[in-house]
Write a protein that binds this ligand. Structure first.
Ligand code: NCD
Length: 322
């Protein structure tokens, strides 16, 4: 069976700016579509024609290897023409603003713009200015919706469900758009969400996001079904948030000893890129409970699903801007 055999429910949005804008059924639509996309990626013939003739522009103001290549492969597997524009090779360095760049690209009539930017709200701003669909690939410390969706897909495929699971998100919560998007999504689908971090990396008022707060790894991991580690985002830290890397690993790095507190079959996740020996021990990252490689695979499938859903011809048969 191919992904086009049975009609899928219509996704009722033109842009994907954050998980906050999605209802639980919206999330399920994307995860179900992504399940179908996984099988396409596992065939030797990986190219489909869903987005044939469509133009996708990846506009990355922050450096990224895995997210950008994941969006690029996803677009290519759907048959779209994909153009990558990164800040280093653009005139943004010459003082052109985000909006000027967006308007210039918009005049080239793309069908979908994927944006990563260092400022929260950049994707939403862009969506107001351009005539095509916009996908947020990470805006500052705000949201990273496709990461949360790929994490949810990985969990759902491994555990068969999300509702009722206990998920511990650990580490640099303060600077993490991955944590924010995951907290919103996992809560929407009925998981119990815990956040585990030292006080300096715990955002104030995080309790208002319906999470249980822990400042000790063993307590936070106790009985967890999923342990999601976050990268220590040193590039976002102005002062000293952690005494030393060695100290951080000792108390908050995931090693075999700390992992024992979680359920025996707990999944270990990390969005990458990993700082091995800082937030996670190599033996755990590469160990039997790790689904970190699956996350990467699910990333391509989720991005295929998102782009197909946004550009669904049933909603707008003539295409955006027509
Ligand atoms: C994440 C990001 O950029 O927010 N990484 C990613 O999407 N590959 C997490 C991180 O940078 O730590």
């Amino acid at each position: 069976m191919t992904h086009t055999d049975a009609p899928l429910p219509l996704f009722p949005h033109r842009h994907l700016l954050g998980i906050r804008d999605l209802s639980p059924p919206d999330i399920e639509i994307l995860l179900d579509r992504a399940d179908r996309a996984v099988s396409i990626s596992r065939q030797s013939e990986k190219k489909t024609s869903t987005l044939r003739g469509r133009t996708q522009i990846n506009l990355f103001f922050e450096s990224s290897t895995r997210t950008q290549s994941s969006f690029e492969l996803a677009g290519k597997r759907l048959g779209a023409d994909v153009m990558n524009m990164s800040v280093a090779s653009s005139s943004v360095k010459k003082g052109e603003t985000l909006i000027d760049t967006a308007m210039t690209l918009n005049a080239m009539r793309p069908d979908i713009l994927i944006i990563r930017h260092q400022s929260a709200g950049a994707a939403a701003l862009l969506a107001q200015k351009v005539g095509c669909s916009v996908v947020n690939a990470g805006d500052g410390t705000h949201e990273h919706p496709t990461q949360a969706l790929l994490d949810a897909l990985t969990i759902r495929r491994a555990k068969g469900r999300i509702g009722g699971l206990t998920v511990a998100i650990c580490g640099d919560i303060l600077h993490s758009r991955v944590a924010r998007s995951n907290i919103i999504l996992l809560n929407a689908l009925g998981a119990q969400v815990r956040v585990v971090a030292p006080s300096t990396l715990m955002p104030s008022g995080i309790e208002q996001m319906s999470v249980n707060v822990f400042r000790n790894m063993e307590e936070g991991l106790k009985g967890a079904d999923v342990v999601m580690m976050l990268r220590l985002q040193r590039e976002r830290m102005a002062g000293s948030f952690v005494p030393s890397v060695r100290e951080y690993f000792r108390y908050f790095g995931l090693d075999a000893e700390k992992l024992k507190a979680a359920k025996e079959d707990a999944l270990v996740m990390h969005p990458g890129p990993m700082n091995r020996g800082v937030e996670i021990a190599s033996e755990i990252a590469d160990g039997p409970q790790s689904v970190i490689q699956e996350q990467v695979e699910m990333g391509v499938a989720v991005r295929m699903a998102v782009m197909e859903a946004l550009l669904d011809p049933r909603r707008n048969p003539e295409g955006p801007g027509a």
